[in-house]
Design a binder for this molecule. Structure first.
Ligand SMILES: Cc1ncc(COP(=O)(O)O)c(C=O)c1O
Length: 1020
């Protein structure tokens, strides 16, 4: 019985010499007591006498116990083996061979003697290690641990048992026996870690009976596979984790990669049914280190007492080597390795932090003084052989190369990838205990000019501000601590900063999102790199609790350990929000343009000199193939915002159920028609569904012609009504411009009532009526052409292609008066301007105080889904029904109607008509403020979110500034703001964004327009 290791009886079994029977005596004992006739061969043992006993057909081990052996301990071993035989018969442990009397042991001269089956194989210590053996060892020990679950025995409780890892601290008095101060220090540190990290939780850890001694001599290997586990002499009751820890303490000795071996062992452990819970995994490697510390302390102590006993010191050197490696690693890193190895998420809080980072609660601002999401960007690779890396080791040359690339692409930032394997980390600090360097990047690099200020992305506190002044290192770093809601804290590291940073913030200081916390350093201070900031999220600082965080943190991980590193340092894009397109490099415009030239007709135009490949949209934003976000100021089709989830859901939901046509009854088409009609004044009650604005205007013309029995049309000059033959003929914007055939005889034009550039430069009633009277003149010309007079007068309610021309008061009223007097129907083309865009009314004709006979709708109606409509009166509908069927295959199908309904839901639900009014007014006021400063702006006009900015060369002559307008559009595109031009002279900037456009977006547009107007060469 051993007591505390510092008491004399602790060493009894070593003081009492091992039994020493002759071979003949052993043969006799085997025969007489066990009925086994054979020959014996001595086996090594520290304290017993063991021999291999070979009979004719089998092999056994004959074990004669030391006289000082505790009989209870022996009973424990026997009971334990019997238990395993019952619950885990396939486990390769010795089987008990009973005495002739059926007992487990015989007693000879006071010694207890037993015979067990001999397991095949040689000690693991004698064969080369393979990954398979490490894994199988884990399996063996996991299965054993599982098999011993629930086994109990009074003798398993061995208070003060020297090798009980629960009692690791008991070896402290022997620290003094370790001669080498460095070794002593490392053993002491391991014991300190045990005291800090294990002792406080020890009582919570599950306990059971353990083997506790899976050293290389007790594990057997046959034919390259683990074939047995022997020697249950150290079996004791202790923490379940100790079993794995002791086995690992042996298995890891002198392995090339501690982490890789541990993973294999632990993978095998759980695979075979072994359990280790989170609390145990947290301290597993502290236990490994403590066990090694115990071995070193005990053998150092014994070596002093028994200088001749080589066995005592044999494992001391490798144990020390392993201990040095383990103590050099962050304890929590090993904890995370252990979790990862058993299939848990490596960092316990990782998933919750990432969930928070992805949640709406997390609203990071850009870390750069410009909006990173809107910035033009290039992605660079720092991997070996990547473009530019030929000068990668020269920070000045590399930056010059990168600047060239950025300028060519119009990029404000160059981005270095997360999780990229790089060769450029050449410093010693990137060497690890593994056979590989830490070479995989754990942050995202943002290359910008040195001295660029860096901002906190979220509110938080400054954790550390440190200068890591080593070549290839970070130079100054700032680490900010943020709270991820209930998930607790996480950190953001900014590295490669300027020295000025060191006096910018101080540890403990609170910061708000957007506060300047650092400045980008140049190569003289940032570790020798081109100017950039390394941004890294850290879920766990893995700090030494005593010393606290040291301000330096791994920015690169070992390739084979990345499954763990990725959880310690998740992708910084979770905060930077650069978007998936940034990294994919797909859909490049050059490539698509080339295909388009071959595949599509050349009459299709594309916007902008530098083509845009748009891959995604949300709200008022469009995302290009590089992930850059562009502010969409022109798309009045995606009215309620790009990819609005409610609309998308309605579309997908109905498409998944049914899509037919109007020849069947379906409730949705009626619900939608009624809801839509209800937005119109009486008597506009009847709805026809079609697919496009053109189709709507075609139908409107057909209706007017059928109902009136006439053919000619009066239209407003510079109007556009659609792409069909009939509509091109009534669209001056088409027939008067390039490729147009001129006005056909059946079409008469009324002058465009343009209060800025037209005959009368006023919006008042007199001007409106005077312009309206021109419709009478046009009717007169129509009657001259065909005495029946015109079938219809058609007008957009605000002229789009005419240059966002808002009509003077009373214009449409007077025009309709004339048209109706002449027996023509009045068609209002609301394809561009309807559905609340003008803010003050749902339909723009309402601003003119008129009720048309026929209204055509299109673009915004389906938020991008092709649905359009004609709305008219019951009387006209009845007159139109002359026997000829009207059928549009797709018009009014259930999917389109579900979409149309969803669009109305959003307009109403999100108050978008009011928003169009508020934002539009603010925007118009902002543009008018710019007009005060920039002569180029001749006029700013519009209603709600349908605005025109008329650019002029000279405010007096109002000569259109066509070229400058083109330059402004291109410059805005360069700044990530999408507008286009309209008007006969293409000099009017048209602003007609999705009406979700808010004040923030309006500010972006105004700021960028201001910057562009400052730069643009008006004289060009
Ligand atoms: C006022 C107006 N009417 C009709 C149309 C034609 O619509 P669609 O292109 O859907 O055929 C347009 C299209 O730009 C338009 O602006």
């Amino acid at each position: 019985m051993t007591a505390r290791p510092d008491t004399p009886d602790a060493r009894d079994v070593f003081r009492q010499p091992a039994p020493s029977y002759t071979s003949d005596e052993l043969v006799r004992i085997a025969r007489e007591r066990f009925g086994l006739d054979g020959v014996v061969e001595p086996l090594d043992s520290e304290r017993d006498q063991n021999a291999r006993l070979t009979t004719g057909d089998a092999e056994y081990v004959l074990k004669v116990s030391n006289l000082a052996e505790d009989p209870g301990a022996l009973d424990l071993q026997l009971a334990l083996l019997r238990h395993l035989q019952a619950v885990a018969p396939s486990l390769p442990v010795p089987r008990i061979v009973p005495t002739r009397d059926g007992l487990a042991t015989a007693t000879v001269d006071g010694h207890r003697v037993r015979v067990v089956s001999h397991l095949p194989g040689v000690p693991l210590a004698t064969v080369p290690r393979t990954p398979e053996l490490e894994h199988e060892l884990g399996r063996l020990m996991g299965a054993l641990s599982s098999g011993l679950r629930g086994f109990g025995h009074p003798a398993a409780h061995r208070p003060g048992f020297l090798w009980n890892l629960d009692d690791a601290q008991a070896v402290r008095p022997w620290l003094a026996d370790i001669a080498d101060p460095t070794d002593r220090n490392v053993v002491e540190r391991a014991l300190d870690r045990h005291a800090q990290r294990v002792l406080p939780v020890l009582d919570r850890l599950p306990a059971q009976v353990l083997h506790q001694d899976a050293n290389d001599f007790n594990v057997l290997v046959a034919d390259g596979h683990v074939s047995g586990l022997i020697d249950f002499g150290d079996a004791t009751f202790g923490r379940r984790a100790n079993e794995a820890a002791v086995a690992l303490a042996y298995a890891l000795l002198d392995v090339p990669d501690v982490v890789a071996t541990s993973r294999r062992f632990l993978g095998g452990w759980v695979e075979a049914g072994g359990e280790l819970h989170a609390d145990e995994l947290r301290v597993l490697f502290d236990l490994v280190a403590a066990r090694l510390a115990m071995s070193v302390a005990i053998s150092s102590h014994r070596a002093r007492e028994f200088p001749d006993n080589e066995y005592l010191t044999v494992s001391k050197a490798p144990a020390l080597r392993l201990l040095h490696r383990l103590v050099a690693m962050r304890p929590d890193f090993l904890h995370f390795v252990a979790r990862d190895a058993v299939g848990l998420s490596a960092v316990p809080q990782h998933d919750a932090i990432v969930e928070w980072l992805r949640s709406p609660a997390c609203r990071p601002v850009s870390p750069l003084p410009f909006d990173l999401r809107r910035a033009g960007r290039i992605v660079v690779s720092l991997a070996d052989g990547a473009p530019g890396m030929d000068v990668g080791s020269d920070p000045v040359a590399y930056w010059a190369w990168m600047r060239g690339e950025m300028d060519a692409a119009g990029a404000a930032v160059a981005i270095g990838r997360y999780d990229e394997d790089r060769n450029c980390y050449a410093g010693d600090q990137f060497m690890t205990d593994a056979p590989e360097m830490r070479s995989v990047h754990l942050g995202i690099d943002l290359f910008v000019d040195d001295d660029t200020p860096l901002l906190a992305m979220l509110p938080g506190t400054v954790e550390t501000v440190v200068d890591n002044d080593l070549p290839f290192d970070y130079g100054p770093t700032v680490i900010l601590r943020h709270e991820a809601g209930d998930a607790g804290p996480f950190w953001v590291l900014y590295g490669h900063l300027s020295r000025r940073t060191l006096s910018t913030v101080t540890p403990g200081q609170c910061v708000e999102a957007g506060d300047v916390v650092a400045f980008v350093g140049d190569h003289t201070v940032n570790g020798g790199w081109a100017p950039h900031v390394h941004v890294q999220i850290i879920t766990d600082l893995m700090a030494d609790p005593a010393a606290g965080p040291d301000g330096n943190f791994e920015g690169a991980g070992e390739p084979s350990r990345m499954s763990v590193w990725r959880q310690i340092a998740p992708d910084a894009d979770l905060l930077l929000r650069l978007g998936p397109e940034t990294w994919s490099n797909a859909d490049a415009p050059e490539e698509l343009m080339e295909r388009r030239r071959a595949d599509l007709g050349p009459s299709l135009s594309t916007s902008y000199r530098s083509k845009l490949s748009i891959v995604r949209g949300a709200g008022a934003w469009l995302v290009d193939h590089t992930g850059r976000h562009h502010l969409d100021c022109v798309n009045n089709v995606c009215h309620v915002g790009h990819a609005h989830p409610h609309v998308v859901a309605a579309l997908a939901g109905q498409a998944a159920v049914l899509n037919t046509n109007t020849r069947y009854l379906h409730r949705t088409i009626l619900d939608y028609a009624e809801r839509l009609a209800a937005t119109f004044p009486d008597p506009l009650r009847v709805v026809y569904f079609v697919n496009s604005g053109s189709e709507a205007n075609e139908l409107a013309l057909r209706m007017a012609r059928t109902v009136t029995g006439r053919y000619d049309v009066v239209a407003v000059d510079w109007g556009y009504h659609g792409n069909t033959n009939d509509l091109v003929e009534i669209s001056a914007y088409k027939f008067r411009r390039a490729g147009g055939a001129g006005r056909p005889p059946h079409v008469q034009l009324a002058e465009l009532p343009d209060a800025y550039r037209g005959r009368l430069r006023s919006y008042d009633l007199a001007a409106g009526q005077a312009y309206g009277d021109d419709v009478a003149a046009a009717i007169g010309r129509a009657v001259e052409h065909d005495p029946r007079g015109p079938a219809a007068f058609i007008a957009e309610s605000i002229s789009g292609c005419g240059g966002q021309v808002v009509f003077p008061d009373g214009y449409l009223a007077r025009a309709y008066e004339h048209a109706r007097a002449a027996g023509a129907l009045c068609i209002a083309d609301e394809v561009q301007v309807g559905f609340g865009r003008v803010g003050r009314a749902m339909w723009a004709f309402e601003l003119q105080g008129v009720v048309p006979d026929i209204v055509t709708l299109g673009k915004p109606m389906g938020n991008g889904h092709p649905i359009a409509a004609v709305v008219t009166t019951p009387a006209i509908a009845a007159a139109f029904a002359n026997g000829m069927e009207f059928f549009s295959t797709f018009g009014g199908n259930p999917v389109s109607c579900a979409v149309g309904m969803a669009v109305l839901d959003v307009i109403e639900g999100e108050g978008l008509q009011q928003r169009a009014l508020d934002t539009g007014d603010a925007l118009l006021a902002g543009v008018r403020e710019l007009q005060q400063r920039y002569e180029l702006i001749g006029d700013a006009r519009g209603e709600g979110m349908y605005l025109g900015v008329d650019l002029v060369v000279d405010r007096e002559t109002r000569e259109p500034a066509t070229r400058a307008a083109g330059d402004v559009v291109e410059a805005l595109r360069g700044r990530g703001v999408l507008v286009s031009t309209d008007g006969p002279a293409d000099n009017v900037l048209k602003i007609k964004p999705p009406i979700v456009f808010g004040r923030g977006e309006a500010d972006v547009l105004l700021t960028e327009l201001d910057a562009v107007l400052r730069e643009v060469d008006v004289t060009r």
